[in-house]
Design a protein around this ligand. Structure first.
Ligand code: NAP
Length: 246
């Protein structure tokens, strides 16, 4: 087990990629606190995995987009004692061409996808620096690198996460804290369910591996970066996109 005895926080762990990350962290022995606005339908499944791995999973209700998330994290710190791993995964889309995009669509996406990481990292980096160890993995997207028509807000938030993570990596590296980014391509989750069949086929045609990803294929990259197997990796963007951006 790669993460026995570690405490991890995963934002947006109730479903999709976040759920797969929670499950793999548990399988590797970490205790996991996941934050989302709703509990989701997978708590029992997570508890079963936790039990077989000899660890625990906890859900904390919270909205990562506002300053109030600090109170949720305070509770976790009190309960856990310390936090070793932070995965900023919560994210949303509000797609539309720029001339039709409402200011709320811009603000909401930037708040949930980017401002959230500022809040969680500001709070937890202090603790990780003090304990002279810790790992942060932020979930960006391939469109934060390539851009995508109809997603100016989303791409800006995801590109922002990359710049944010590289800067933070430089700030905290000397204290033994690592910060990395995973940039997924097209992953089968609720977020991509709404994409129509025609657009889906067109997207698939751009993927050299010829298929979309399952959430578990993103989770394994995240857990690698969170583990000591990546002990000399910081400030990097690991693209997990089936070759889409080659
Ligand atoms: P998803 O299935 O829609 O799940 C999103 C998760 O985020 C849920 O757990 C949701 O729970 C939580 N969440 C949303 N808003 C929140 C808020 N304000 N506060 C707290 N939690 C919140 O999405 P996904 O596809 O797994 O995406 C996960 C991450 O990967 C996102 O950052 C996304 O941008 C990124 N990504 C996804 C893809 C893809 O193809 N799916 C590709 C590249 C990058 P609640 O709704 O209960 O709060």
């Amino acid at each position: 087990m790669l993460l026995k005895g570690k405490n991890a926080i995963v934002t947006g762990g109730s479903r999709g990629i976040g759920l797969a990350i929670v499950k793999e962290l548990l399988e590797e022995g970490a205790a996991v606190y996941y934050i989302s606005r709703s509990r989701g339908e997978h708590q029992k499944e997570m508890e079963n995995i936790a039990e077989s791995a000899g660890t625990s999973v906890y859900w904390k209700e919270g909205d990562v987009s506002g300053e109030s998330i600090a109170e949720v994290i305070d509770v976790i710190i009190k309960e856990a004692g310390t936090v070793d791993i932070l995965i900023n995964n919560a994210g949303i889309t509000r797609d539309g061409l720029i001339f039709r995009m409402k200011t709320d669509d811009w603000d909401e996406v930037l708040s949930v996808n980017l401002r959230s990481a500022f809040f969680t990292c500001r709070q937890l980096a202090r603790i990780m620096i003090k304990q002279r160890s810790g790992v942060i993995v932020n979930i960006s997207s391939i469109v934060g690198i390539t851009g995508n028509a109809g997603q100016t807000n989303y791409s800006a938030s995801k590109a922002g996460l990359i710049g944010f993570s590289k800067s933070l990596a430089k700030e905290v590296a000397s204290r033994g804290v690592r910060v990395n980014v995973v940039a997924p391509g097209f992953v089968e989750t609720d977020m991509t369910k709404k994409i129509g069949e025609k657009a889906r086929e067109a997207l698939k045609a751009q993927i050299p591996l010829g298929r979309t990803a399952q959430p578990e294929e993103i989770a394994s990259a995240v857990v690698f970066l969170a583990s000591d197997r990546a002990s000399y990796i910081t400030g990097q963007v690991l693209i997990v996109d089936g070759g889409m951006a080659i």
